[in-house]
Design a protein around this ligand. Structure first.
Ligand code: NAP
Length: 249
């Protein structure tokens, strides 16, 4: 297992679910972690407290990544606080599900602004820091539905597919500066985002998973830690599905 000792990592949406697990895992491997959240201040503080109790270093940073001004300021604040920025995990995300013909402009915009524009703005700001340092790893948390599409999630699937295009394009732009950009496409992971789904939808989803079980946030965190590390130093522009065999593409 490659160490992330003294690397500075920003994890967006790290107050709960996958982002919280990513923050804990990166900190356990020695990274100094910026825990971003939008509204869940207590949950974010609890993530930081847990990291500190385990002997790690972390700090909370409130920012709504769907607002380009706040997202840019977030990257600047983290870089100023820790003096560098080595790892960015674009994880913050929301769903506003509905069938296409009933999907409002607001639900389309909210999902695209948070999931895709947020990742773009954070990546643009982080790239400036990382290009100067000639090092860095950016990991975008996409989704299997960005690869396959999903009825009722036109907004979410479009944003997640957009993150893959963003990943591949920016990977090409930044490779010569030794900045790597990859995406992870989680399958069905047990978090707040998925616990609200009806038993019927969960059962149908489980039927698609070759391994027969849902994933845990730690399964995604382990993949993030690998892509962030020097063990992945020759990997860029890739999309790694972590989905128990939901998709084979
Ligand atoms: P979650 O439990 O609902 O947590 C979402 C996180 O994103 C929270 O920390 C939330 O912060 C943050 N967030 C939401 N909007 C934000 C904004 N505008 N600015 C900053 N932070 C914001 O979700 P999750 O299941 O862990 O999902 C994490 C990521 O994985 C998402 O991008 C999701 O699309 C992706 N993903 C999840 C699954 C799955 O099965 N769970 C599958 C594929 C992909 P607050 O707590 O402050 O609201």
């Amino acid at each position: 297992m490659s160490s992330l000792e003294s690397r500075v990592a920003l994890v967006t949406g790290a107050s709960r679910g996958i982002g919280a697990a990513v923050a804990r895992t990166l900190a356990a491997r020695g990274a100094l972690v910026a825990v971003n959240y939008a509204g869940s201040a207590d949950a974010a503080a609890a993530v930081v407290a847990g990291i500190e109790e385990a002997g790690g270093t972390a700090a909370v940073f409130q920012a709504d990544v769907s607002d380009p001004v706040q997202a840019t300021a977030l990257v600047e604040a983290v870089t100023a606080r820790f003096g560098r920025l080595d790892i960015v995990v674009n994880n913050a995300g929301i769903t506003r599900d509905g069938l296409l013909v009933r999907m409002s402009d607001e639900d389309w915009d909210a999902v695209v602004r948070t999931n895709l524009t947020g990742a773009f703005t954070i990546t643009r700001a982080a790239a400036k820091v990382m290009m100067r340092a000639r090092a860095g790893s950016i990991i975008n948390i996409s989704s299997v539905v960005g690869l396959t599409g999903n009825a009722g999630q036109a907004n979410y699937a479009a944003a997640k597919a957009g993150m893959i295009g963003l990943t591949r394009s920016v990977a090409r732009e930044l490779a010569s500066r030794s900045v790597r950009v990859n995406a992870i496409a989680p399958g069905f992971i047990e978090t707040d985002m998925t616990c609200e789904l009806s038993p019927a939808v969960r059962e149908a989803a489980l039927g698609q998973v070759a391994m027969g079980t849902f994933g845990q946030p730690e399964d995604i965190a382990a993949a993030v830690a690998f892509l962030a590390s020097d063990e992945a130093r020759y990997i860029t522009g890739q999309v790694l599905a972590v989905d128990g065999g939901m998709t084979f593409v």
